[in-house]
Write a protein that binds this ligand. Structure first.
Ligand SMILES: [Zn+2]
Length: 526
């Protein structure tokens, strides 16, 4: 009977043995193995015992009956450079994320030591790791110029990457569609990735192309990994060219082939058919050389503007979309009424026109007024599913920290990504098993990014733990109403401390900086 334990405490009872005991959970341990039932005891931030554990051995007990206990999710693709201004990182915590990897797509701090060190003065609810971004390094050394580096400049960039790795970066990232990363040729990236590789880092890439030239871009990514001797992570793996929808067997095949040759190549994805990035990314990269003011000057010249417009028309045609109705504004400073509307809708409203040339004029005008954050509905659901089923795919949001009271209409992935996989793709569509989905959010990211004591429910591992109901977990955030937290996740622990309890955020800030292998010393002999 239930009350017996309370009436007859064992003589050996020692409520100090553990800080926290979680009982009656079904454990999905992150390895991909089928669930098992056990209690989990936590002490000093670590999982210290898994098994049948007497209920009176801990200062506090959480009964997880009927729920799943899993490792906290590790989101390897985020943009949380501003996390110290929102230290609760609530949008991540509420979708079960306990560790963030930022510095993606070539954009990061160039002072990794300072960035990670700030956690001591400004504690966070979640753990934080960073890559060192190639674009940021290039900007620091060369500015935004469209040319190859001189040998001296390359050396300086190598120095910045080396320092970043010694300060604890987990690797190097590129954003080869963005300024200034796009101005780098393959050999420059190889040289810098080689430095990160020497310190045990990973090469994470927003590839040069995710559309009509996606296969070439995958080949380039693999080549960089092979030549630089570094594992490759292809970020937000997708096909965003309508004409190539359905080609994921081919693109995934390229990764499989590389792996068959012994190269470490993995990918991540978010569980949506839309991407999100800047409005500027629609424009040809030559327009952006030298920065925003230079670009505006170029666009003020009639002939140059015409050339940009023609390039954009060509790019649109190649992408297989008939106009810009797939491009929706997430945030536009000068006129918030644009938020949530497509470029086609805005052009109709502002210019009473629906032709592509007018839409491009509208884009250029919004760019000149300061630019916009955008959502691009450019992928096919079948491709998203096929990528998700691949064993080497992990789940990552590509999101920043969010404020729920914000008036922007951002991509819902920052609120719903992990819950969406578990609700929609696991429970509703039965595309992958619960255990495999959790693996893609925990041990696979931990293995890939070198977090050796996280991502599994194991004695001795850090107690990053979540408790959720597999029958109710669901994303609530939609493209129309993105600022909504998911359902079904009741507890989140970071380093053994509760940051979400009974669906309520606590004030605890137990997050740690997760530093890469180079922080201690470079890998010997390389
Ligand atoms: Zn990216």
């Amino acid at each position: 009977m239930l009350f017996c334990a309370f009436l007859w405490p064992s003589v050996e009872a020692n409520t100090d043995a553990y800080d926290l005991l979680i009982t009656n959970a079904r454990i999905v341990d992150g390895s991909g193995n089928p669930w098992f039932r056990a209690d989990v005891a936590i002490k000093d931030g670590r999982i210290v015992r898994i098994g049948r554990i007497a209920s009176n051995t801990a200062a506090k007990t959480v009964d997880a009956k009927g729920q799943i206990l899993a490792p906290g999710f590790i989101d390897v693709h985020t943009h949380v450079e501003s996390v110290y201004s929102l230290p609760a990182a609530e949008n991540f915590v509420r979708m079960g994320v306990t560790s963030l990897v930022t510095g993606n797509c070539g954009s990061s701090t160039t002072d990794v030591g300072q960035f990670l060190g700030r956690i001591n003065e400004k504690p966070l609810a979640v753990n934080l790791a960073t890559l060192v971004g190639h674009g940021s390094v290039r900007n620091k050394v060369m500015g935004l110029v469209d040319r190859a580096p001189t040998p001296e400049e390359l050396k300086q960039m190598e120095g910045v990457v080396e320092q970043g790795m010694k300060d604890g970066a987990v690797g190097i990232s590129t954003g080869l569609i963005y300024v200034p990363g796009t101005y780098a040729k393959t050999d420059e990236v190889v040289a810098l990735a080689r430095v990160a590789g020497r310190f045990g880092g990973i090469y994470a890439t927003h590839m040069r192309n995710e559309g009509d030239k996606v296969a070439d871009a995958i080949r380039e990514s693999i080549q960089i990994g092979e030549q630089a001797g570094i594992p490759v992570e292809i970020s937000h793996f997708k096909i965003s060219n309508k004409r190539l929808w359905g080609q994921t067997p081919m693109t995934l095949g390229l990764v499989r082939e590389a792996r068959a040759r012994g190269l470490t190549v993995t990918v991540d994805q978010y569980a949506y058919t839309a991407s999100s990035t800047s409005l500027a990314s629609r424009m040809p990269s030559w327009v952006h050389a030298g920065g925003f003011e230079e670009a505006k000057k170029r666009l003020a010249d009639k002939a140059t503007r015409e050339r940009a417009i023609n390039d954009m028309k060509d790019a649109l045609k190649r992408s297989g979309f008939k106009d810009y109705s797939f491009a929706v504004v997430a945030s536009y400073g000068p006129d918030k009424s644009f938020n949530g509307k497509s470029i086609a809708e805005i052009t109709k409203q502002v210019r009473n026109k629906s032709d592509v040339a007018s839409q491009i004029e509208q884009i250029l005008e919004m760019y000149e007024a300061g630019g916009a954050g955008m959502i691009y509905h450019g992928m096919s659901e079948d491709d998203v599913k096929r990528i998700m089923q691949e064993p080497f795919t992990m789940i990552a949001s590509d999101s920043g920290v969010r404020r729920a009271d914000d008036d922007s209409v951002p991509h819902p992935r920052g609120y719903g990504n992990n819950a969406r996989v578990l609700g929609r793709y696991v429970r509703e569509l039965k595309l992958i098993s619960l255990e495999d989905a959790v693996r893609k959010m925990t041990s696979l990211p931990a293995q890939t990014f070198g977090f050796r004591d996280r991502g599994l429910i194991r004695e001795g591992f850090a107690a990053d733990i979540i408790i959720f109901d597999e029958n109710t977990i669901a994303d609530q955030a939609t493209f129309d109403k993105p600022h909504q937290y998911p359902l079904g996740i009741s507890y989140v622990l970071v380093n053994g401390t509760v940051v979400l309890a009974n669906n309520q955020m606590t004030d605890a800030r137990p997050g740690a900086a997760l530093r890469g292998a180079g922080y201690a010393s470079p890998v010997a002999g390389k």
